[in-house]
Design a protein around this ligand. Sequence first.
Ligand code: ADP
Ligand code: MG
Length: 200
Amino acid sequence: MTKARDNKRALRKYFRGLRRDLPVSEKHQAAINIAQQLLTLPGYEKAKHIGVYSALAEEASLDVFSELAWEDGKSLYLPVINQSSENNQMDFQAWFPEAELHSSALGISEPKPSLNSSNFERELTQLDLILLPLVAYDKSGHRLGMGAGFYDRYLEKKQANNSTLIGIAFSCQETQELPRDDWDKNLHILVNEKNILYFD
Ligand code: ADP
Ligand code: MG
């Protein structure tokens, strides 16, 4: 076990605790504030394809944003984990707010596989914006996830080269500097319930 890995593990525990302790009413208001700010981002208007996520109870919800973006005519996609692939690869599958979800083996809600979103089509979808959940972020745009590296591995793919990566968080998840491994992908933008941060 390397020092960096031990360090990340301790930070995950600490920041997940902070996130869990937020009152439900604050989380609800945060979802509204985050949605409003996302709509003002310079890249939002032009974006056609947006990768969102289905939040765990402790994470910042994108439900408010997804409804508004769908009404705006955006195509939305949710992460799905391909368990038959090597290392459980993550991909995005087309979805809309009323579409049924089912709980994956990892306990995360995913859209049901549908005939019109085959693996082949998924591979070709280039997302303009990807909204990423996170456990902590720092002032340089480094992101700490839940520890499976799903986004880091997905973002290695060619179709993610031009995606704008937007971390979604509560402000209590901010820290001065996070440990960073070679494979960690940096965020371009961070949106929390209070403000928007743009990274170099
Ligand atoms: P998270 O990003 O969820 O905080 P880490 O950055 O610690 O998690 O990554 C978790 C694991 O994912 C790493 O130990 C590494 O083995 C694996 N991983 C991440 N990115 C890649 C990659 N591009 N190729 C292969 N394995 C990767
Ligand atoms: Mg990482």
